[in-house]
Structure formats: C-alpha cells, structure tokens
Design a protein around this ligand. Structure first.
Ligand code: GLC
Length: 822
C-alpha cells in the first residue's frame, strides 16, 4: 500500500493518505529554535534544547497519537460543523478512503461530508492541504532561517458560489516550564508557575520562576482577533479531547487568561469569505522579551514578539522566508547530487537521505518522537560517526564539532561516553573509571579525522593542539595515536581489546576481563588509517609504529577465526560469543563486516566472513545483527539485550546502522551485486509501496527493523536519529558509486550491480564543482580504464589500488569528468 510519493523536483515527500500506519514526521528549524511536526500536525518546538528549552508541549507515545501539536480548526459559522487544517485532530472521514466514498466524492456512502487531506513534507517546512465542504485551506509551518520564532501561515479559500463565514482557531499547548521533565512530571510545581495574558493583541506566556529564559509570545496577522483563550481547559472544555474543543464547537473562545494550571495559545479569527475569495492568516509564535531587555545564555538579545511581528507578519515575508529556507537546503544538498538508474536511490541521496544526515548531525539522539529531547549530551561514538556524511557539505560545522568531541577524549586515550556541549569544560572533566569507558568510543576518531583531512585537504589540522577532557593537551594526530594506545593498554588474556562497559553494541558488556572482537577490528582499522595518514603526511616513524602494531595483531585476528566466520568476543570465563560452539548467538554481524572494512585480514578470510553473513544473517529486509537470537545468558558476558524479545533491536533485529557497513564491506571486496543487494535491503524508499509492512516513513532510515525471529518481521522502528543515516550515505556514495576523497585527489572507484551502464555524480571537492560521468558499456562491477576531463585524457595517479585517483591538481571548478570503466 502507498500513502504518498517522492516529489524530487520540489524536494518534498507528498503524503496523500494522512492515516499512515505510524507518525510520519518532519523536522523544522535550526539548533537555535527547532521543532518536529507529524503528518497530523502533532509535535513540539524548543529553544536550543528539547530537554531544557521546551516551548510547545507534547505527550510522548500518547493515545490518540501525536497530540498536542500545531492545530488549526475551521468552523462553518452557519451550521457549526468544524474540521481541522490537518486531518487530525478532528479526523473527518477521508475522501476516497473512509466510508466507501470513491476518489473525488465529497461525501461518503452514508452521505457524510469527506475531507481531502494531503501533507507535503519539505526540507525545513510542512504544508497541509485540505478541502472540506467547499472550503480549501493550505497551512504552512516553518521556522525562518536563524530565527527563534515559527510561522503557521494559513490560506482559506471559499470555492463555493455562496458567501461563507468561517471561524479559524489556533491551538497549541504551551509548556509551563522550559525543562520538559519539570513541565510534565513535577506537577506540584510546574502547574503553578505559569501566567498567560493577552496584551497588545498578542498572547504572552510568562514563566516567573526562571531568570535565564524569556517569555513566549503568540500573535496573529491578516485578520482581527475575534477571541482568545490562554487557559487550556477553558478552550478544550472538561472531559473533551482535541478532536472537539468546546470553544470550537461553540464558535467562540472565552477570553481566558490563565494563572497556573495549563496554558494554551488560541486566537480566533472570523473570516467572511465571498465566493472564490481567499484570506491568509499568519500565526507566529516565538521566544522573546516583550517588555524587558533580556539576554539569552550566549548574550544574544532576542527581539520582542511585537517587533518581529511588525517585520515578519506579512504574506510577502512568509513567502520570502520560505524561499530562503528552500534555498538554504538546496545549497546544502548541492555538493552531492546523483543521477543513477535507480530512481529510489536518486530520491534518497539527492534529498531525504542527505537531509537526515544533517538532522542527525544537529540533534544527535536527542530530539524526536521517541526521544524526548532530554538527552542534550552527545554520545561519543554516535557523534564521531554522525559527522562522516556531512563533511563535504558543511566542513566548517564539522570542524567545530570535531574540535569539541576531540576534547572529550581523556589523556589516557579513552573517551567520555557523553559530552555535554552546553556545559563541557575541556581540561576539567572527571576522568571516567575503566569500567565506565566504552571500548570503541575513541577508536572512531581516526576514521572521521582522516576523512575530514581528505575532504578538506587541511593537513595542518593534524597539528592543531587540543586539550584532553581531563588534563593535558596534544595535537590532533597525537589524539588519534592515543586512542590506539588506550586499547593497547587494555588488552585481555587472548590479546583482544577488552570490551569494557560496551563496544559499539550497547547491549554487550564484556567488562574489563572479557574481550571484544569488534573493538579489536576497530583498533586494527584505526592502525591502518593512522598508518596511511602518517605515510601521506610525512610521519614515517608514526607510520612504522602503526604498521608494527598491526603486524603484531595478525595472529590474534587469525586466532579469532571460528572456521567460517569471526567470533564476537571472549568472555571472562573463556567462552566464545558468536561461535558455532553455541546454540544461540552463533554468528554476529559486527566483527565480520569490520574484518572486511578494516582490510587487516587476508582477503579470503574477509570473503569467507561476508559469505557467512550472507548465508546466515541476510533476509529480504536487511541483515540481522546476530542469529539465532538469545533467550538465555552466556556465562561471563553481560547480555543486556536479553531484555528484548528475540528479533528486536540488538537481539537479532535488523540493526540498520550495522547494515550500512555491509555496503562498505562488499564495496571494498568489489562485489557490486552484494553491495547493492544490501543497500536495497533496508532502503526506506523501497517500502514506499509496502508501507503497511514497513510502517514508518519511507523517506528516512530507522534504527532497526524487526528481525526474522520477531512476529513483527519487516516492521521498522525508531526513525530519523540513527547512525544508519551517516554510514549508509557513506556506503552508497563512496563505496557503490565509489567517489571518495583522498589526500591527493578524488578516487573514483565504482562497485556496481549487474546491468548498470553508468551514472552521474555532481560533487563539490575542495571548493570545485565537478560533474563525474561514469560510463560502463560492458556492465562491469569495478575497474576504471580511463578518465578524461573536458575530453582531454588525464593520467590518473596509479598507486596500484582499484579505481582511478584523479589528482587534485588536475581538477578545476566546473570540470566535467568522463570515467570509463574497463
Ligand atoms: C544505538 C546507540 C549507539 C549504539 C547502537 C548499538 O543506536 O545510539 O550508540 O552503537 O545503539 O547498540
């Protein structure tokens, strides 16, 4: 079943059936002021932090789902019938869907009026269209660039031949407290701190108890205020829901000004619409200081609402600001655009996948419909990996984040599991205990730092001196070496890296005596990357050191071969996890995929490991993380994944983040069909026509899909904020399409599925906009025979590696490269 389609030209996903199996949401705004909006207009807003700057209240996981939100009600004042600009919360019968009414019928089989309702989720905005009993509406929600306010702009059109009187009501529940937990949980306090008043034609919500945040304001232009309510219960009425608020049913707000209890923002307009007439009403809400000069935490003065309304409260300003948002995102996407034979790949890479990588970079794992925004710390490993996919597009922002996260590394080389950007004090943080460290956290640094240097060419970055979290300082390059030293300092009896509190898999605790094969491969990979970086930047001694560590590891890596694949680790009691010797958890994805990615084992081993992955873990919805899933303990290993029924999450679920690595691994092995099969396996867009199965948004990746052992096999969960976004983007763009930055230039090394005769990549590299046309008349998987730039053959740098390395000196802005496979 289909609930919508991609509109790539508009860079939108169009939801044509708003009764989607689960919430299909979108993100608004920036790290100054952001928000979430669902296909039913549910969601919330926040200033700087979803946890401590909550503006709009939202009840997570509520029933009915996704309430409250940004609701606009319309009421026909002639007969009292009312509906909402988004299908929910009123929920009229849907045209062509409910009640048997065929497409286009304005009434269902029983003669009830139906609503046609669609939603266009765009980048940074969402537009809701509705037609109901001759009244059309278009409501546009967005947060202008760099601003701490949001627009709800609505156009209402009378398409009938009679004059109509329509009352329009806004409704949002304002949080009483900026801290979302205080607001929703500490009611003995939070219910008594709010005051919400109508002054100067605007609603002002004052929270009297805090000094460092300002008031909220809510205003309306384009119509006179015919009524208002600021008291939630006065607007809704007792024992009612948002599907039928008392004020809307009655056709009049009551003019309530709340002191204590719960605040809301409702402004009523009465629109007299001549036949064919359209009126536009613009609601605006934001953070500001209407009466006092107030400064935010960074000392940036926020402007009062009335000033902002005067400047921005016009239809022209709405259009201009929406255009600016669209342009901003067009510019973000421009550095990497593709045209391949796979339309769904194009839709994802060119628009939504790239957008998701930016949202993940922005919000880490903090603000979504499943994470309340309370976590405003940055998980170490997540953050380092999230940067990978946006380096080419926003190198300056990445540099800033990279600097910060490097200062979350401790002097001994480990990393703070969580870095809190708002309070982080490099040099003054408490050193975690050995038990608290995650064994993988710092080992992601070599990959991201190397890629940053390769993308930007900024070799000097490696000499930048940055403090450690607890004490001392070192150059960036020394930080990388220290990450490896940390692992070397914590090896177990079998020479593998100790697993500590967790490795990448949050649910596997090997502790200080058990050993992780995943982290061992990640360290081996770190050595390879550091050696390559050192060789290219004149650090011969460092290169030699990293290579010698790697050589020393070889017997350990070989010792972890279980016959057909690599083990997952060794417990404190000597038991092997991820081994044929067990009846559960026999094989795990992570060590096998990293054996191939790290390129630190003989190729035959990597191929054997990946063939076992294919045979034992691969399904039509992606690759399971382990099999068989666990139901009982493994002595000496903390398996907190046992809390999950089989097939869920880390316990045999299809963990999409780890699936992304299969693309990279097969790309490195040169097996194009496999790489592509894995890419398609969990591709969200693939499920556009099977939304009833996949259930979540077909335009963004999820954390996981229920695995083959779960009764929900194929249902995906936890959309948006996941490491999947970054690694699958790297996988498809750098290892299938094969365009990868290196220090000396751009490597073009496609690894294609059968039947592809070519593709195009437009990519920015070191400030140059390049068009790369790959021609593959023989339908090969890999191999490049020639590269021409503007029809002149260039001698690609031949370093014995696959593909062609086009030297940076040979490139100029605007160049068109023709890459012939052969
Ligand atoms: C979650 C965590 C991530 C972890 C993964 C696997 O996605 O955010 O840090 O690596 O689960 O357990």
């Amino acid at each position: 079943m289909q609930y919508g389609h991609f509109d790539d030209a508009a860079r939108e996903y169009v939801i044509t059936r708003p009764d989607t199996p689960r919430s299909w949401s979108n993100y608004l705004g920036s790290r100054l002021y952001g928000g979430i909006i669902t296909q039913g207009a549910g969601g919330y807003s926040f200033y700087k932090s979803g946890g401590t700057g909550r503006v709009l209240r939202f009840r997570f996981n509520g029933v009915p789902q996704d309430e409250p939100g940004r609701f606009l009600y319309m009421r026909d004042d002639a007969d009292g019938d009312f509906w909402s600009a988004s299908w929910q919360p009123v929920g009229k019968p849907l045209r062509g869907i409910d009640g048997g009414g065929p497409d286009g019928d304005a009434t269902d089989a029983k003669g009830n009026p139906t609503q046609a309702s669609s939603v266009r989720h765009g980048l940074g905005y969402s537009i809701f269209n509705s037609s109901y009993r001759g009244i059309d509406s278009e409501a546009t929600f967005f947060i202008p660039q760099g601003q701490a306010f949001e627009y709800w702009s609505v156009k209402v059109t009378n398409t009938t031949a009679k004059p109509r009187t329509i009352s329009l009501f806004s409704y949002a529940e304002l949080s009483n407290e900026w801290n979302y937990r205080q607001d929703l949980e500490n009611l003995q306090y939070s219910q008594y701190v709010v005051v919400c008043r109508m002054r100067d034609g605007m609603l002002h919500r004052v929270n009297s108890t805090r000094t460092h945040t300002s008031e909220l304001w809510f205003g309306m232009t384009g119509a006179d205020v015919a009524g208002f309510d600021t008291d939630r219960d006065a607007f809704l009425g007792a024992y009612r829901t948002q599907s039928a608020p008392l004020a809307v049913e009655r056709g009049a707000c009551s003019g309530s000004e709340t002191t204590g209890d719960n605040a809301c923002a409702s402004l009523q307009a009465r629109l007299e619409l001549a036949p064919g007439e359209t009126r536009q009403v613009i609601y605006m809400m934001g953070v500001g200081a209407p009466d006092a000069s107030w400064k935010d935490l960074d000392g940036v003065a926020l402007r009062p609402g009335r000033e902002i309304m005067a400047e921005y409260g016009t239809p022209e300003a709405v259009d201009r600001e929406l255009h600016a948002i669209r342009e901003e995102w067009r510019e973000f996407l421009a550095p990497l655009q593709v045209a391949t034979p796979d339309e769904q790949m194009n839709s994802m890479i060119n628009v939504w996948h790239a957008y998701q990588t930016h949202m993940t970079f922005n919000w880490s794992r903090g603000v979504s419909l499943i994470e309340a925004g309370d976590r405003d710390g940055l998980g170490y490993r997540d953050t380092v990996q999230d940067m990978l996919a946006v380096i080419h597009a926003i190198p300056d922002a990445v540099r800033e984040r990279l600097d910060m996260i490097l200062t979350g590394q401790t002097e001994e080389g480990g990393a703070m599991p969580l870095v809190k950007p708002l309070t982080h004090r490099p040099g003054h943080e408490k050193t975690p205990t050995l038990e608290q460290y995650r064994s993988d956290d710092p080992l992601w640094l070599p990959i991201t730092v190397a890629n940053f240097v390769y993308e930007t060419g900024d070799v000097a970055y490696l000499d930048t001196v940055l403090p450690y979290a607890d004490h001392g300082e070192a150059t960036v390059f020394e930080h990388l070496k220290q990450a490896i030293h940390f692992s070397l300092g914590h090896l177990g009896n079998n020479g593998l890296v100790q697993g500590l509190q967790a490795d990448w898999n949050d649910c596997i605790q090997f502790g200080t005596t058990g050993e992780s094969m995943f982290s061992t491969f990640l360290m081996a990979n770190g050595c390879r990357v550091v050696a390559e970086l050192a060789e290219q930047t004149g650090r011969a001694a460092d290169a030699e050191w990293a290579r010698s560590v790697l050589a020393g590891l070889a017997p350990v890596l070989e010792g972890a071969w279980d016959g057909e694949w690599y083990i997952r680790g060794i417990s404190s009691t000597g038991a092997k996890l991820g081994s044929k010797a067990l009846d559960e958890g026999q094989i795990y994805l992570e060590p096998n995929v990293w054996a191939a990615i790290s390129q630190t084992v003989p190729e035959a081993r990597a191929i054997g490991a990946m063939d076992s992955v294919h045979e034992r873990l691969s399904t039509e919805h992606g690759v399971a993380l382990c099999a068989p899933a666990h139901t009982k303990e493994v002595p000496g290993v903390g398996l907190s994944l046992l809390v999950f029924p089989v097939g869920h999450k880390e316990n045999g679920g299809i963990f999409c983040h780890a699936n992304s690595w299969t693309i990279v691994a097969e790309g490195i092995l040169g097996r194009g069909d496999r790489a592509y099969e894995y890419y398609r396996g969990f591709l969200p867009a693939k499920y556009n026509d099977q939304a009833e199965l996949h259930q979540v948004e077909p335009y963004v990746y999820c954390q996981f899909t229920h695995g083959p052992e779960s009764p929900r096999f194929g249902q995906a969960r936890n959309p948006w904020l996941t490491g999947t976004a970054s690694w699958s983007y790297v996988g498809v763009t750098q290892y299938i399409l094969g365009v990868r930055p290196e220090l000396d230039g751009l490597r073009i090394d496609p690894c294609l599925p059968e039947g592809w005769d070519g593709f195009q990549v437009k990519r920015r590299f070191r400030g140059m906009n390049l068009t790369i046309n790959v021609v593959n008349v023989d339908g090969l998987a890999t191999g490049v025979s020639s590269v021409t730039i503007d029809d002149i053959e260039v001698a690609p740098f031949d370093d014995g590696k696959r593909g062609a390395l086009v030297p940076v000196e040979a490139l100029a802005d605007g160049d068109v490269l023709t890459v012939t496979m052969g």
